[in-house]
Design a protein around this ligand. Structure first.
Ligand SMILES: [Zn+2]
Length: 320
């Protein structure tokens, strides 16, 4: 018994020596091992970031890297337009050092910020100051703040601005790691620039440029690449189309020879399916990236992966 314990103690000593050895390898002098010993305490004081829904979480996570803990408030497979925070979410928010939200989608944000108490928390409204507008002429403005289109994250160009705002917020809350947030943001923005270049290259060649979506989420994407979005419902998926709106979409689909009616994973596709049946069009998924489903996660998909899948879906319908 004694020898087993002694062996165990020895081997755990060996492990800790090994770990210490790994820790100093990258350093320039031995004083690094002292900061390694403090690393655990350090990690408990990591910046705490609460992000509202998936794209905000993903952008914040990319900027944060290893230097902050990011928590997502709206669960992955939940459509965020009509989500409301629970008392548990409010507790999370009041403990956070930074709150990242898109703006407009989170109609609850202003009140939540007020009741969570200000403290030292930095609020980042990622779409603030961006050139936002009302989407698509025929869209009704019910249900959304001042009829503004919130879906900035679906434009790879506006997404870069949102990442910059998040970078600035994290740096303000945690100036000691500002250079890290700067470097992480720069690396992710380079990926978004590549995504933008891919969209420009593919969509620039499309002959047919009108696409039908379930809710009006792709207005900024359409504006960026010279496309026309024809949305079945309004800025929020719960705005059911009137029979007149349905008839008008059916008419345009027929007259433009549109091959595909897009639907989205977090919303009931029955209206999209009805229009597809009436026009003999196919249905396909165009993802507004408002939540990551379990299936997306299992496939290793993230914001950029889903944006690439959307591009492939658009390319397919424009060239059908
Ligand atoms: Zn939406």
């Amino acid at each position: 018994m004694k020898t087993i314990l002694a062996k165990a103690a020895l081997s755990s000593l060996a492990v800790s020596m090994l770990l210490a050895g790994c820790g100093t390898k990258g350093g320039t002098n031995t004083s690094n091992s002292a900061s390694d010993a403090g690393a655990h305490a350090d990690s408990q004081r990591k910046l705490q970031v609460a992000a509202s829904f998936y794209p905000m979480y993903e952008f914040a996570r990319q900027v944060a890297g290893d230097f902050a803990d990011v928590t997502m408030m709206v669960p992955g497979g939940v459509e965020p337009h009509d989500w409301e925070p629970t008392p548990k979410d409010m507790a999370l928010l009041s403990k956070a050092d930074v709150f990242v939200y898109n703006g407009i989608v989170e109609s609850w944000a202003e009140q939540a910020i007020a009741s969570a108490g200000s403290g030292d928390r930095v609020e980042v409204e990622a779409s603030a100051g961006l050139e936002l507008g009302a989407s698509g002429g025929e869209v009704s403005s019910d249900g959304e703040q001042e009829g503004m289109d919130p879906h900035a994250w679906l434009s790879p160009v506006l997404a870069q601005r949102e990442v910059e705002h998040i970078r600035d917020g994290l740096s303000k809350a945690d100036p000691a790691h500002a250079a890290d947030y700067e470097a992480n943001a720069k690396a992710y923005i380079a990926k978004l620039q590549q995504l933008d270049a891919d969209y420009r290259a593919v969509l620039g060649q499309a002959k047919q440029k009108t696409f039908v979506t379930q809710h009006a989420a792709f207005g900024y994407l359409a504006r960026e690449y010279g496309l026309t979005q024809l949305a079945i419902s309004g800025l929020s998926p719960d705005q059911e189309p009137t029979p007149a709106q349905m008839a008008s979409v059916v008419k345009e689909v027929k007259s433009l020879g549109i091959s595909t009616i897009f639907f989205e994973e977090l919303v009931d596709p029955k209206v999209a399916e009805t229009i597809a049946r009436e026009t003999s069009a196919k249905t396909d998924v165009l993802n507004p990236i408002e939540g990551l489903t379990k299936d997306d996660k299992a496939q290793g998909l993230d914001y950029i992966g889903l944006m690439k899948r959307n591009l492939a879906a658009l390319e397919k319908t424009f060239n059908a």
